[in-house]
Write a protein of this length. Structure first.
Ligand code: PEP
Length: 249
């Protein structure tokens, strides 16, 4: 059976005091014991996260990494640097990166490859816009996004990744995909991977992301192909995120 993973994406939010308060609460709630929990903090706070969580079962990661390992790329953070901050994970291709910062499918493939080369677990984010869903293109879009990554790293390396299905229309909108809508896409993602390697499809964690709340988590995480969630807004609220994690246990 696949272990569930609940991931917090804090995006560009928080300050030292908020980070400290959230982390203390997560430690007190002993998150990470019964399901995997990962905190995706802004890069500047990663040393604070690492220092606070290092003796715990909670993991952490970067929200993005450069498509290069080092050099003259002002403002970028490499997978090597994330690794040095003790990160176990990195997000790749979050829809905000794709829409606002030019992360194409091909760039996501390269970022996945570099993250893997440094021993990080890439959480590859995929998902369609509302317009694409309404045009019945959801699976074409999602498969294309995954294909670019598989072309770059190979199907066997995908076993060392996590996939996050995040419909763009659900991210930060308060509109959550229904459990059936999420399950349908997750099952299709797993089928797509299985066409190439059944053992990878069986093992890979596929998270749902998009306005997950304490009220919607349990039913979503109860679907057979939903292996947890990537949580944005609700992960900045201590008791709500703790409840979401308990829903996955
Ligand atoms: C996200 O940023 O990955 C996300 C799912 O955000 P939210 O939960 O706020 O929709």
């Amino acid at each position: 059976m696949r272990r569930k993973l609940v991931a917090a994406n804090w995006k560009m939010n928080g300050d030292t005091a908020l980070v400290s308060g959230l982390l203390s609460g997560f430690l007190e709630a002993e998150l990470g014991a019964k399901c995997d929990v990962a905190i995706f903090a802004p890069t500047i706070f990663l040393p604070q996260v690492a220092a606070t969580l290092k003796e715990s079962k909670i993991r952490w990661g970067g929200q993005n990494s450069a498509a290069y390992l080092k050099g003259a790329y002002t403002g970028e953070t490499s997978s090597v640097m994330l690794k040095e901050c003790g990160c176990q994970y990195v997000l790749v291709g979050h829809s905000e990166r794709r829409a606002l910062f030019g992360d194409t499918n091909e760039i996501c493939g390269v970022k996945t490859e570099l993250a893997l080369s440094e021993g990080l677990i890439p959480v590859v984010c995929v998902g369609e816009t509302l317009e694409q869903r309404e045009a019945n293109q959801t699976m074409d879009i999602v498969r294309e996004q995954l294909r670019a990554v598989i072309d770059q790293v190979g199907i066997d390396a995908l076993a060392s990744c996590v996939i996050a299905y995040e419909p763009v229309w659900a991210i930060g909108t308060g509109v959550t995909a229904s459990p059936d809508q999420a399950q349908a896409v997750h099952a299709d993602i797993r089928a797509y991977v299985a066409e190439q390697r059944a053992s990878v499809a069986e093992k890979i964690q596929i998270l749902y992301g998009g306005s997950v709340t304490a009220g919607t988590a349990q039913e979503l995480f109860g679907m057979p192909d939903v292996d947890g969630g990537l949580v944005g807004g609700a992960s900045l609220k201590l008791s709500e995120f703790v409840t979401i994690c308990h829903s996955a246990e």
